[in-house]
Design a protein around this ligand. Structure first.
Ligand code: 0O2
Length: 217
C-alpha cells in the first residue's frame, strides 16, 4: 500500500507537529496508563487477595493503519486529522477473567482524578452485529513534558479471556477474507459468540458461588 506521510508534517498546534512528536506523546500516554493499571491491579490484589487482570497489551497504531482509517472515513492524512479523528492511535487492551471484573476495572480507571472519560461503548450490553463483545473507553490523560502538559487520547478495550479468544480469531478471519467471509463462517462465528457469552455467564456464576462458600467459612 502506498503510504503518504507528507501531510503529517503540517503544524496544527503547539502540541504535535510531526509524526515523531505524535509517536512520543502517544507512547508516553501508553506507559502512564499501563503503570496506573498495574498499580490498581496490585492494590486490588493487596486488599482483596485477588487479581482482576490477567494481562495487558499496549500498542501504538502503525502509520499505515492510521492512514487507512483516515482514508476509510474520508479524511486527508494530516497530523491534525489523525489527532482529531483517530481515537485509537494509542490502544491498550485489558484481559480479565470475569465480566464483573470488566466493570470493576472501568470504574477504577474512571475514578482516577487526572483521567477524563471522553466516550464509552459497551459492546457487552450491546454486542455488535458480528457478535463482538468488549467494553471500550476513550480517555484523555495528561502527559507531562519538560515545558508543557499535553492531553492525549487513549482507547482502552476491556474484555474477558473468552471474549478475547473470539475477537482474535474473528479478526484473523475478517483479515483473511478482507471483511467478506462466507456466510457459513459468519454464522459459525455468531454461534461461537453466543457460546462465549454463555460460558462467561456460567463461569461468573460459578466463581460467585465459590466466593460465597468461602465467605461463609
Ligand atoms: P485494530 O486493527 O484492532 O486497530 P473508531 O475506532 O471509534 O473510529 P469504531 O469502529 O466506531 O471506530 O470503533 P469501535 O467500534 O469502538 O472499534 C474499535 C476497535 O474495536 C477496532 O479497531 C477493533 O480493535 C475492535 N473491534 C470493533 N469491532 C470489532 C469486531 O467486530 N471484531 C473484532 N475482532 N474487533 C472489533 P480497528 O481500528 O477496527 O482495528
Amino acid at each position: 500500500m502506498e503510504l503518504d506521510l507528507s501531510g503529517f508534517n503540517t503544524r496544527i498546534s503547539d502540541d504535535m507537529h510531526t509524526w515523531e512528536e505524535v509517536s512520543l506523546l502517544y507512547n508516553s500516554a501508553l506507559k502512564q496508563i499501563t503503570t496506573k493499571i498495574e498499580i490498581l491491579n496490585e492494590e486490588f490484589q493487596e486488599v482483596h487477595r485477588y487479581n482482576p487482570i490477567e494481562h495487558i497489551k499496549a500498542r501504538v497504531k502503525s502509520p499505515e493503519s492510521i492512514v487507512k482509517k483516515l482514508k476509510r472515513n474520508g479524511y486527508e492524512s494530516t497530523i491534525e486529522n489523525m489527532v482529531r479523528y483517530v481515537n485509537d492511535i494509542a490502544g491498550i487492551r485489558i484481559i480479565c477473567s470475569f465480566t464483573s471484573d470488566i466493570y470493576r476495572i472501568a470504574e477504577m480507571i474512571s475514578n482516577q482524578k487526572d483521567i477524563q472519560v471522553l466516550l464509552v461503548k459497551d459492546y457487552i450490553m450491546n454486542p455488535k452485529d458480528s457478535g463482538y463483545r468488549s467494553y471500550h473507553m476513550i480517555i484523555s490523560l495528561p502527559v507531562y513534558l519538560s515545558d508543557r502538559i499535553v492531553n492525549v487520547k487513549v482507547e482502552i478495550q476491556i474484555r474477558t479471556v473468552a471474549m478475547d479468544f473470539w475477537a482474535s480469531l474473528e479478526h484473523k478471519i475478517q483479515y483473511k477474507f478482507e471483511g467478506k467471509a462466507p456466510h457459513h463462517i459468519n454464522y459459525e462465528l455468531h454461534e461461537c459468540a453466543a457460546m462465549v457469552a454463555s460460558l462467561d455467564a456460567r463461569m461468573l456464576q460459578l466463581n460467585e458461588e465459590i466466593l460465597s462458600i468461602e465467605a461463609e467459612k
